[in-house]
Design a binder for this molecule. Structure first.
Ligand code: URA
Length: 216
């Protein structure tokens, strides 16, 4: 079967939505959501149980932490683009529960073309990798989140690496949890100001180019 290269985000999304999950089980592909040309695009690992049910990214427990961190960092969720490295929920059944299973490197690579194409259409100023799977997909190599936390350059554009919000759910005691949450909020603030300064320097370059073109 030949697949024609999608010419728009809508066409890419149709392709993703029509695809079978690499690992069978999920109800649907969860597509990215948010505005085009946002200051920031956040990339997670894969949809969870709730996301698979609702068909939207970050609406389950990790999404609730992300919402709290956005509020603390003064970021409007509506103005950001949210997506995942892997588009289908991978899980194992334990009784009635569907327990998340981490995607393999091969699975992340399988979905990588879609992610890069998606970001090419969305054109965010800054791409934030939430956790190691997103960082692997964006950098195309394993990244130690704790060592490389902060600004980075991805093939898809300027980036920033931070922890996945679900990591905060797993921190054992309250004091450590609060500390980890505060560090995550700090990362979001730094990413937000980096995105703002990148946008400002892009617009200065555009204005300079326009002045030079008018003079010619
Ligand atoms: N975890 C993710 O990485 N993405 C989601 O959409 C939800 C949970």
């Amino acid at each position: 079967m030949t697949v024609t290269e999608p010419k728009s985000l809508a066409a890419l999304n149709r392709l993703i939505a029509a695809s079978e999950p690499l690992v069978p089980g999920s109800k649907r592909a969860v597509l990215g959501e948010g505005p085009m040309h946002p200051a920031m695009a956040f990339v997670g690992e894969q949809p969870g149980d709730q996301e698979d049910i609702e068909g939207r990214p970050f609406v389950g427990p990790a999404g609730q932490i992300l919402n709290r961190a956005f509020a603390a960092a003064g970021i409007s969720r509506k103005k950001t683009y949210l997506t995942n490295a892997v588009k289908h929920f991978k899980f194992e059944e334990r009784g009635k529960r569907r327990i998340h299973r981490k995607p393999t490197v091969g699975e992340v690579k399988h979905y990588r073309w879609w992610l890069l194409k998606e970001l090419e259409f969305v054109q965010p100023t800054l791409i934030i990798a939430l956790g190691a799977t997103a960082a692997l997909a964006l950098a195309n190599r394993p990244i130690s989140v704790m060592k490389q936390r902060g600004p980075i350059t991805f093939e898809a554009g300027p980036g920033y690496v931070t922890v996945h919000p679900s990591y905060l759910l797993r921190v054992p005691d309250r004091a450590a949890k609060n500390e980890a949450f505060a560090a995550f909020v700090e990362d979001l603030r730094s990413a937000s100001s980096l995105a703002a300064s990148l946008a400002a320097s892009q617009s200065t370059k555009v204005k300079r180019h326009q002045r030079l073109t008018l003079r010619d």
